[in-house]
Design a protein around this ligand. Structure first.
Ligand code: CAO
Length: 450
């Protein structure tokens, strides 16, 4: 008989006492290395505990609702092929570690089930049973921007309560939960509806005291054929963050243009010499942003109550478009890295993001974000500040334009820049100075050496 070994919670950053919200396997299941065993969800991040080796699950040491920290034993696994061969279903191929997106449907293992299962109680609408083991490919250790998700942005309620709210057209984000950790019960929804119908209480004031009308409930099928698709888990979480940031930060967007004719010529030469790398304008933008953050330190800052925290490090978040939604991995210490290093790292994090392999640590600690749509098109847009940062640079597609040089029009390659900023921290004049500075540096990249 092969050796039985412990599968423990790995290093999960600064988290401890994280609830188990889903048990993904059962005793007797055969698991592949890195296959998810259980899902943990704090109020800031979701992660899976992977099997450290292949084998057969002999015993589960945790159940839904248990709280675990680094080093906690979650299962005993009989290691090795021999054990796997004995297990029922051994002929089936091992579940791959990184195939699906979690929570695309309101079914066990979905966002709805996951969120509600984080708050187990003795109520009738108790958490759903764990997802059946071996029921299809497992989620990769998908993780979200732990710094960006704030407690309370995703309403806590069971699937039954969610269904009930949907039937009544109630937006759960407007309901105040009376249960533990703000969990919303059926009674809370009923109470909410009563108060709205009575014309007294408006829908519960949301984050920051917003007093908004309920979301319009429309039966679109009355107007033509429709299809309903659930939002991905990443879309739900990033959507909650974007909504909060848009509602709470007084945004202004400053638009500018940079003449990158010479920069492009240099970039192309460099790309030719380094064909193994994908050297796009974005790496020059990262360097230019670092230079601008040094020149304008209050752009490298965060609001903390009545104080401004100024950062002395230069970690830049890059918005990456993935099939499941937007994620923002962070490239660290960009001030200490050259263009080629940044190109390598950008390629790595983009791939990791698209392969759903980013962990919480990959998305923490950003000072400033860049959202580049330059590879796609457009002339300007309004990026949303990635709180608690205070500014974000949007980049659109460069194009040749006639530029007046004082004597005649010359064809120049012009890059559109759109800087959104938190007007509580940054004044319009400084924003204009910041983008003018960026344009100057990008117009003559030798300035990056200064
Ligand atoms: N102008 C003209 N061409 C540009 C350009 C620009 N501003 N930026 C990039 N390009 C070119 C690149 O050079 C590349 O050309 P080649 O194929 O000839 O090499 C092509 O467009 C594709 O670039 P890319 O988008 O793959 O690479 P990137 O380094 O510019 O960006 C990444 C990487 C991960 C940021 C990008 O792929 C991405 O996901 N962008 C979307 C971000 C997003 O969704 N933002 C919106 C968030 S809401 O605020």
């Amino acid at each position: 008989m092969a050796e039985v070994r412990e599968a423990r919670v790995p290093d999960i950053g600064n988290f401890s006492g994280i609830p188990v919200i889903e048990v993904l396997v059962a005793a007797g299941d055969r698991v592949g290395k890195d296959q998810g065993l259980v899902t943990l969800e704090s109020d800031k991040a979701t992660m899976e505990v992977p099997a450290p080796f292949a084998g057969v699950v002999r015993e589960l040491k945790v159940k839904v609702g248990d709280e675990v920290s680094e080093g906690h034993v979650v299962a005993l696994i009989e290691a090795g092929d021999e054990a796997a061969a004995e297990a029922p279903g051994a002929a089936a191929p091992a579940q791959p570690a990184a195939p699906t997106v979690q929570g695309d449907a309101p079914a066990p293992g979905s966002q709805e089930a996951v969120v509600s299962a984080a708050q187990p109680t003795a109520e009738a609408d108790a958490p759903p049973p764990p997802a059946p083991s071996g029921a299809g490919p497992r989620t990769p250790p998908v993780a979200f921007d732990a710094t960006a998700v704030q407690p309370g942005t995703v309403p806590y309620a069971s699937p039954v309560v969610r269904r009930f709210a949907r039937e009544l057209g109630v937006d759960l984000s407007q309901v105040t939960g009376s249960g533990r950790n703000g969990r919303i019960s059926r009674e809370d929804v009923q109470q909410f509806v009563k108060s709205v119908m009575a014309g007294g209480a408006r829908p519960a004031a949301g984050v920051g005291g917003l007093d908004l009308l309920p979301w319009p409930k429309v039966d679109f099928s009355k107007f033509g054929p429709v299809e309903t698709r659930p939002l991905s888990r990443i879309q739900k979480i990033s959507g909650a963050n974007l909504a909060r940031n848009w509602a709470m930060i007084p945004h202004v967007t400053q638009h500018d243009e940079a003449d990158i004719t010479e920069m492009e010529a240099f970039r192309k030469r460099l790309a030719e010499e380094n064909r193994e790398l994908k050297l796009t304008p974005l790496v020059f933008l990262i360097k230019a942003v670092v230079s601008a953050l040094k020149a304008f330190p209050h752009f490298n800052a965060s609001l903390d109550g009545g104080q401004l925290v100024l950062k002395r490090y230069f970690h830049v978040g890059i918005a990456v478009d993935t099939p499941d939604g937007l994620v923002v991995p962070v490239i660290r210490d960009c001030d200490q890295k050259g263009l080629l290093d940044l190109a390598t790292e950008l390629g790595e994090v983009s791939k990791k993001a698209r392969d759903k392999k980013l962990g919480p640590a990959d998305m923490q600690g950003g000072c400033f974000s860049i959202s580049s749509l330059g590879g796609i098109g457009g002339t300007a847009f309004t990026p949303i500040v990635n709180a608690p940062e205070v500014a974000i640079l949007g980049v659109s597609r460069s194009s040749m334009k006639p530029v007046w040089n004082g004597e005649k029009f010359k064809p120049r390659l012009v890059l559109p820049l759109s800087l959104s900023y938190d007007h509580r921290v940054i004044d319009g004049a400084d924003a204009a100075r910041f983008t003018a500075y960026l344009a100057r540096v990008l117009g003559d990249v030798r300035r990056l050496l200064l």
